[in-house]
Design a protein. Structure first.
Ligand code: NAD
Length: 503
């Protein structure tokens, strides 16, 4: 089937008047569509309609809508008890319970009622659109239209095509989402679609670091906030609920036939089994209302050194040189610079304070044949006083163990010492986010711009995976993945073919 399909001005039926369905009805009606709202539970559609009336009253009070607009929008939404009352709809959006059989039964009912050429969109977050289309009279008319919660505020809509979805059906829904003020992104129906797949390492790498006791939750959260994320993985999963986050992780893991890349963590399973579900139960990683404990203070020591050389080139090396110059100025001298070296960091009287390239400090120390090595995390955001993980080689002299952190403090960071894990925190996590996005693109789930838009709009990432890659390098990301693979083995840290082909 080919051609174009225009749903502008088409009557819409939204089935399921829960949290998502009510929001979808709101955005469609605000964009001028006539909307029927139906729910299997008697009275649910009417009560969602009444609640939307209260929402509009608040929007009028805030000056976001005029009273006339609010009244007209509400009047465009009709709660209906019988689905048959929506026979004129050309677009149906399903937001009912997340189970295959009730959804399939509803789609058959809708295609019988609305005719085979109506478009049926499902808001499923985890079920294959291809599987849902199985057995429908017109499987090519089913498409995913995955809104994010809260619908009225979240800009992203994943437009999900199953194997049989007609391209013009996906395009028509894409255009509706854009007309409703959203940013739609095309996605192929694969486990987790775009956002719920690419986001897995954000949680998984922190859980892996917690499992090996590399650092406590508040340190990991602080390091990732410093990399630009609004919330660290521990505070975020405490907010989402560990039951919900664990269920998504398990469903993606199972859907990928137990690929080690997506393996769930016993750390999170313990929280779920113990009922420590996060904020909603008063305790998850943190206790509430207190929240995360305070971070350890930044280490301080006098900057005694005979010779300081800033090695490497690029923005991070330049920032280090500027910070070292400022730190040493009160003593009346400054650092030397060697822009030709193949590593970035400071050489301080023979000791090495190095930007992570993935290698643990102990490996760098072994390869150099000198014990006084410390590695620090990649600063994705260069901002004074922000948290930065570092690790010191186990055999380093006690003096260097103290001074490495103090130097990072003087260079403008809040250094947080952790165990000597490859890629530390931010470099490891962001390398794995890039790797997962690269695999998604390699496998045709979405394109690079789609992955970037989806992660920024669906989960508020400060940058898209391919934007991070543009500010780093394929070789740099591959080096971190290589060290993770060397340390942990197994398939989890295998590099995406997309990255390998660009090396
Ligand atoms: P919800 O429980 O708030 O609402 C579901 C509604 O569907 C209920 O009112 C229920 O009575 C009704 N319902 C159940 N079976 C029905 C049927 N056979 N026919 C008509 N109505 C029926 O759920 P929700 O959070 O709004 O989720 C709805 C869908 O959206 C699910 O597929 C979910 O996976 C998906 N989704 C949810 C979120 C989220 O954050 N809540 C985000 C994206 C997608």
């Amino acid at each position: 089937m080919s051609g174009t399909l225009n749903l502008a001005g088409a009557p819409v039926v939204v089935v399921g008047a829960g949290i998502m369905g009510a929001g979808i009805a709101q955005v469609a009606a605000q964009a001028g569509h006539r909307v029927f709202l139906h729910d299997a539970r008697a009275g649910a559609a009417a009560s969602a309609h009444a609640k939307l009336g209260e929402t509009f009253t608040t929007l009028v009070a805030k000056g976001k809508l005029t009273a006339d607009e609010a009244a007209a929008t509400l009047a465009r939404i009709t709660p209906i008890n019988q689905l048959e009352e929506a026979a004129s709809a050309r677009l149906a959006i399903e937001a009912i319970v997340e189970q295959v059989e009730p959804k399939r039964a509803l789609f058959v009912q809708l295609q019988t009622l609305l005719g085979p050429d109506a478009v049926i969109a499902t808001n499923t977050s985890s079920i294959s659109v291809t599987a849902l289309a199985q057995g429908l009279p017109a499987p090519e008319r089913l498409v995913g239209m995955h809104f994010f919660n809260p619908v009225a505020l979240m800009k992203l809509v994943e437009v999900v095509s199953g194997l049989r979805t007609a391209p013009e059906v996906a395009q028509a829904v894409f255009e509706r989402a854009a007309a409703w003020g959203k940013t739609p992104v095309h996605a192929a129906s694969t486990p987790g679609f775009i956002v719920n797949r690419i986001a897995r390492p954000y949680y998984a790498e922190t859980l892996a670091l917690l499992l090996e006791r590399a650092a406590p939750p508040e340190v990991l959260d602080a390091c990732l906030r410093a990399a630009g994320f609004r919330m660290g993985p521990c505070e975020l999963t405490d907010l989402i609920g560990h039951d919900t986050n664990f269920a998504v992780t398990r469903s993606v893991y199972e859907a990928f036939f137990y690929d080690a890349r997506f393996v769930p963590s016993p750390v999170q399973r313990d929280l779920v089994d113990g009922g420590l579900l996060g904020r909603k139960t008063g305790r998850g990683f943190y206790c509430y209302p207190e929240g995360a404990p305070a971070l350890p203070p930044a280490p301080e020591a006098a900057l005694v050194a005979g010779e300081v050389i800033v090695h490497g080139s690029g923005p991070i090396a330049d920032a280090l040189a500027a910070a070292a110059t400022a730190a040493l100025a009160p003593q009346g001298w400054g650092p030397a610079r060697d822009q030709t070296s193949d590593w970035i960091g400071l050489r301080i009287d023979g000791a090495r304070l190095q930007l992570t390239d993935g290698r643990p400090a102990r490996t760098v120390a072994q390869q150099l044949g000198t014990p006084d090595v410390a590695v620090f995390d990649r600063p994705f955001v260069l901002k004074d006083g922000s948290a930065l993980a570092y690790a010191v080689a186990p055999g380093a002299n006690p003096d260097w163990q103290l001074r490495a952190g103090a130097w990072l403090t003087r260079l403008g960071h809040h250094p947080l010492r952790m165990e000597d894990a490859p890629g530390l925190v931010a470099a490891r996590t962001i390398a794995m986010l890039i790797n997962e996005a690269a695999d998604a693109v390699q496998q045709g789930v979405c394109d690079e711009a789609g992955a970037d838009a989806a992660m920024k709009l669906g989960v508020n990432y400060p940058a898209g995976p391919f934007e991070w890659l543009a500010g780093w390098s394929v070789a740099g990301v591959l080096a971190v993945l290589h060290e993770l693979d060397a340390c942990y083995g197994g398939a989890r840290y295998r590099a995406s073919p997309w990255l390998q082909r660009r090396a």
